[in-house]
Design a protein around this ligand. Structure first.
Ligand code: UN1
Length: 504
């Protein structure tokens, strides 16, 4: 067992080699060291998992929702107990700094708490009927097993957003994690299983979550299955388009969380001290590998030099290196290919007239060999430059100048993606313009905070190429249930709606 100290998280050899397909190596982005070998699941095994999830659904749907919430309460408690270990595994497997890795586990705990409360609130409306002695209402019923496809960058929280809601909504889960983060998936599954074990209302198979490991073909099998009425997928825009077509062709539901190209406006009245801190967290946090990472910064011409000057000073002092070391703010990119993609984007930016500060490899000092450590980059460039419309999953911040707020908002919205956005201003007119129907076209719009780091209480997701899905808080749970409109006649006559007369 290579990751010896994680036995508490269920990372046994048996759980890593449950698949009967090819083995693939899991390496740590910290230093390239091999952590474990994991075997992929065959498509037959995926089918078996889906069939088992369907059987579990037939039972779990009948368990009262507040009892289902009790299971999620226990999951939240075990996550509290294992926050440090699971956070450490997140750091080791995907390279997040400790604070962010533990923050990700906290996000799991938060969504569990939210879902527990929800388990007593997944009710529907009672609607006035136009007919006498009739009762018109809507009820929300469990939907079926849910297929969840996740990305490497939030290897535990995104599963939890889906799983906590799905479980209280009465739906088991079939989870295809990123092949770059299979260990996190095994650990989450084992933690859930540890509470499922002692739970009284569990279906006979003793399971509510199935992890299917592997590459694209495993995800494709999950997406194509008619037994999974909802596919919740997080990842790239091309992946989402492929999933949407497969799921749409079988008239399934998809909940897509795809790329972002998030922007912030800094206006003349902004508190620049606050703005610069928010920009730094959003642009270089998670080494720029959040779908909510800040990528475009629209500065009013009167403040651009000041903002850029402050940022360059901070960027010059960022502690880059081993994410598990206290004090590190920027860990490695997920792999060497991500660093090459960053280099390529910066090259294109230069060709398109950009002036680049930073970029390139971070080496020397305590920076571990074998990882893809990069220096975050700031690029002053014209907002019309084609590279600005592309999401590169790396810490590149394009700084774009504006004179007129309405023009800045138009340029802000002129990209294919529509996830997260922010404005820094102390002018209520500017803030309200940005938040209004004629302002930001994103799923998330903030005032005086950055684009990343959303709380779980609001619905999370975005418009346009971001995919339109909403996960986690608010009424996102509705995607995981089916709505049933019901009319009950408790009278002795049979009045028809719309006053239709149909005497026989
Ligand atoms: C993601 O990058 O896929 O708002 C999710 C945030 C986090 C979630 C990001 N709560 O940055």
């Amino acid at each position: 067992m290579p990751v010896d100290f994680h036995s508490a998280l269920g990372l046994s050899d048996a759980s890593l080699s449950a698949g009967k397909g090819d083995a693939f190596a899991v390496t740590s982005p910290i230093d390239g060291r091999e952590l474990a070998a994991v075997t992929a699941h065959t498509v037959d095994q995926v089918d078996d998992a889906i069939a088992a999830s369907r059987d579990a659904f037939m039972q779990w749907r009948a368990v009262p929702a507040p009892r289902r919430g009790e299971l999620v309460r226990r999951l939240g408690n075990t996550l509290r107990e294992h926050k440090t270990e699971l956070g450490r595994l997140v750091s080791i497997e995907v390279g997040k700094i400790t604070a962010e890795a533990e923050g990700e586990v906290q996000e799991m705990i938060d969504i569990c708490d939210f879902a527990v409360g929800l388990s007593r609130q997944v009710g529907g409306l009672t609607i006035p009927s136009e007919r006498p002695d009739h009762h018109l209402l809507e009820r929300w019923h469990p939907l079926g097993p849910i297929g969840v496809i996740t990305a490497f960058n939030f290897p535990v929280a995104v599963w939890a957003w889906n799983a906590a809601l799905a479980l209280v909504c009465g739906d088991p889960i079939v989870w295809k994690p990123s092949e770059k983060a299979p260990l996190c998936a095994v650990a989450c599954d084992a933690l859930l299983q540890s509470v499922v074990g002692g739970f009284e209302d569990i279906p006979p198979g003793g399971r509510l979550n199935w992890v299917v490991q592997g590459r694209r073909e495993v995800g494709e099998r999950v997406a194509a299955s008619e037994k999974l009425p909802l596919i919740s997928a997080t990842g790239s825009i091309p992946m989402g388009k492929a999933v949407a077509q497969v799921v749409g062709a079988r008239l399934g539901r998809s909940l897509l969380e795809l790329g972002g190209n998030n922007a912030m406006l800094v206006t003349p009245s902004a508190d620049l001290e606050l703005a610069v801190r928010a920009i730094t967290f959003s642009a270089v946090g998670t080494a720029g590998q959040r779908c909510t990472s800040l990528r475009r910064l629209f500065c009013h011409r009167s403040v651009t030099d000041d903002v850029v000057g402050r940022l360059e000073k901070i960027y010059g002092q960022l502690s880059i290196g081993d994410p598990t070391k206290p004090g590190t703010l920027v860990g490695p990119l997920i792999d060497a290919a991500a660093a090459v993609a960053m280099d390529a984007a910066l090259e294109q930016a230069k060709e398109q007239g950009g002036a680049v500060f930073g970029g390139g490899r971070a080496t020397g000092g305590d920076i571990p060999a074998g990882g893809a450590y990069v220096k975050p980059a700031i690029v002053r460039i014209d907002s019309e430059a084609p590279i600005v419309a592309c999401e590169t999953f790396a810490p590149i911040l394009y700084v774009l100048e504006y004179d007129d707020l309405n023009d800045a908002i138009a340029r802000h919205n002129a990209v294919p993606q529509g996830l997260s956005s922010a404005i820094f201003t102390n002018d209520v007119r500017e803030a309200e313009r940005f938040l209004s129907a004629t302002g930001s076209d994103c799923g998330i719009a903030n005032v005086n905070i950055g684009t990343s780091g959303a709380e779980i209480g609001g619905a999370f997701g975005g418009e346009k190429d971001t995919g339109g899905g909403r996960e986690s808080g608010s009424d996102a749970w509705k995607a995981y249930m089916r709505r049933c409109t019901q009319t009950v006649n408790y009278g002795r006559a049979l009045p028809l709606a719309q006053g239709i007369n149909f005497d026989v």
